[in-house]
Write a protein that binds this ligand. Structure first.
Ligand SMILES: Nc1ncnc2c1ncn2[C@@H]1O[C@H](COP(=O)(O)OP(=O)(O)O)[C@@H](O)[C@H]1O
Ligand SMILES: [Mg+2]
Length: 411
C-alpha cells in the first residue's frame, strides 16, 4: 500500500482520486468509505466523496447487510445505474462501512487498509463535525441577518405608527379646536342677534299701542305678520343659545316643586291661541307634584306641541294626555300627521337632525328635540316616541315628587 496515496486520502481535495488509486492497488476500481451523519443518523459517503449514489435503496440494503455480517459481497450500480459492478463491504468502527467496487477482495487481502480504517473514520467524523458546525454558523449568520432585517422593519413600522398616532392626535386636536371655534361662533352670533331682536320686539310693542287708533286692516295685518316673524326668530336664536350652553355644560336649572297638570294646561292654552288650525284636546290631566325647572319643562311641552301641530298640516287635532304610574308621571302628545320612519327614531333627538323627506318644507334648525331630551335627562326622566303612518306619539316621563324622600336626602 502506497503511503503517499494514504496521505492524499487524508487531504480533502485529493481524496476521491487517491481513493481510486488505492482501490486499483487492490485490483478494484473504487473505494468509498461511509460514516454515519450525526444530524440524520444515516450512512453517507465520507466528506470529499460524491454524495449522490445511484439507486440509494439497493446501496442502503447492501450497507445494512455489511453491518450485520461485518463482511458482505454483492453487485452495486456505480458511478451510474448502467454500471453494475461487484462490490464488497467491510464493517468499520462506530457503524462505518468501507466499500470496494469492481472486485471482491477478501478481508485478509485488505487487512492493512482495515487496520488503518478506524483512523480514517476518526478524521472523516471530525471533518464532518466541522462541516456541520460551519453550516450551522452559516445558518446562524443568515438567521442573524434575517433577525436584523426584521428588527429594522419593526423599528420602521414602530416609527410609522408613532408618526400616524401623532398625526391622528393632531387631527383630533384640530377638529376639537374647530368645534370649539364653531361653538364659540354660535354663542357670539346668537348673543349678537338677541339684542336687535329684543329691540325689534319692543318697537313692535310700542307700535301696537299706536295701532289702536289706526283703522287700516292692511296695516294691522302687516303688523301681525311682522310680530309673528320676530317671534319665530326669537325661538331660533334661543334654541342656538341653549345648544351652546348645553355643549359648554353651562345650562342652568332652577328647582321648584310644582303641579305638572297646571303647567301642561298653561302651555296648551298658550299654544292654542296661536294655532287656529288645530284643536288641542286634553284628555287626562291629573294633578301631580314634580320637582324641577318649570320654565325649562314649559319649553319641552311647547316644543312637542309645536312639532305635533307643525308636522300634521292636514289634521285638525292634537291629543294631550297625562297619566300616573309607578311614581312616574307620563305626558303623551299625540298627533295625526306624517309620522316618523322607524329607522330614524334613534336619531331624532340628535343635534341638527331633521327627517329629510319632510324637513325642507318646514322651517326649523332641528334643535328642539335635542334640547328637550337634554332637559328631560337632567330631570331624571325619559323621552321617546311611537310613530306610525297615522301620526306620531311623543312622550316624556318625570319622577313624581315625594316630600319624604326630599327630607331623607337633606337629613
Ligand atoms: N310630531 C312630529 N311628526 C313628524 N315629524 C316630527 C315630529 N316632531 C319632530 N319631527 C321631525 O323631527 C325633526 C326634529 O325636530 P326638532 O328637533 O323639533 O327640530 P325642528 O322642528 O326645528 O326641525 C323635525 O325636523 C321633523 O323632521
Ligand atoms: Mg321643533
Amino acid at each position: 500500500m502506497d503511503l503517499k496515496v494514504l496521505a492524499d486520502i487524508a487531504k480533502y481535495e485529493k481524496r476521491f482520486d487517491a481513493a481510486i488509486k488505492l482501490a486499483n492497488s487492490f485490483k478494484c476500481s473504487y473505494f468509498i468509505p461511509f460514516i454515519i451523519d450525526p444530524e440524520i443518523g444515516v450512512l453517507l459517503p465520507a466528506p470529499g466523496f460524491p454524495q449522490t449514489i445511484p439507486n440509494g435503496d439497493v446501496w442502503n440494503s447492501f450497507l445494512q447487510s455489511t453491518l450485520t455480517k461485518k463482511y458482505y459481497s454483492d453487485r452495486l450500480p456505480y458511478p451510474d445505474l448502467e454500471n453494475i459492478q461487484p462490490a464488497t463491504g467491510f464493517a468499520g468502527p462506530e457503524g462505518s462501512v468501507m466499500v470496494m467496487l469492481g472486485g471482491r477482495p477478501k478481508p485478509r487481502e485488505v487487512a492493512p487498509l482495515l487496520d488503518l480504517f478506524p483512523l480514517l473514520v476518526q478524521l472523516f467524523t471530525q471533518e464532518q463535525a466541522f462541516k456541520t458546525a460551519e453550516v450551522r454558523v452559516e445558518l446562524a449568520d443568515k438567521s442573524a441577518a434575517k433577525a436584523e432585517k426584521l428588527a429594522n422593519t419593526i423599528d420602521l413600522m414602530r416609527l410609522k405608527l408613532k408618526e400616524l398616532l401623532v398625526r391622528q392626535k393632531r387631527d383630533k386636536n384640530d377638529i376639537e379646536v374647530l368645534m370649539e371655534k364653531k361653538d364659540e361662533f354660535m354663542n357670539v352670533a346668537s348673543h349678537e342677534l338677541k339684542t336687535p331682536i329684543a329691540s325689534m320686539k319692543a318697537y313692535l310693542q310700542i307700535l301696537n299701542t299706536k295701532l289702536t287708533s289706526v283703522n287700516d286692516e292692511g296695516i294691522i295685518d302687516l303688523f301681525n305678520r311682522a310680530n309673528k316673524q320676530v317671534d319665530k326668530i326669537t325661538v331660533l336664536v334661543n334654541e342656538l343659545l341653549d345648544v351652546t350652553k348645553i355643549q359648554a355644560g353651562k345650562m342652568e336649572y332652577d328647582s321648584a316643586v310644582f303641579d305638572i297638570s297646571e303647567l301642561l294646561q298653561e302651555v296648551v292654552t298658550q299654544v292654542q291661541v296661536t294655532a287656529q288650525s288645530h284643536h288641542i284636546n286634553v284628555e287626562k290631566n291629573p294633578s301631580v307634584l314634580v320637582e324641577g325647572d318649570r320654565h325649562r319643562l314649559d319649553q319641552v311641552i311647547n316644543n312637542l306641541l309645536s312639532n305635533s301641530i307643525k308636522y300634521s298640516p292636514n289634521a285638525d287635532k292634537v291629543i294631550v294626555c297625562s297619566t300616573l304610574a309607578d311614581d312616574q308621571v307620563k305626558v303623551v302628545i299625540k298627533d295625526f300627521g306624517m309620522g316618523i320612519p322607524e329607522d330614524q327614531h334613534k336619531l331624532i333627538f340628535d343635534r341638527f337632525f331633521r327627517v329629510s323627506e319632510t324637513s325642507h318644507r318646514y322651517s326649523g334648525l332641528g334643535l328642539g328635540l335635542y334640547i328637550s331630551a337634554e332637559i328631560i335627562k337632567r330631570h331624571h326622566g325619559q323621552i321617546g316616541l311611537e310613530s306610525s303612518e297615522k301620526g306620531s306619539e311623543f312622550y316624556f316621563t318625570l319622577p313624581v315628587h315625594r316630600p319624604d324622600r326630599a327630607r331623607d336626602k337633606k337629613g
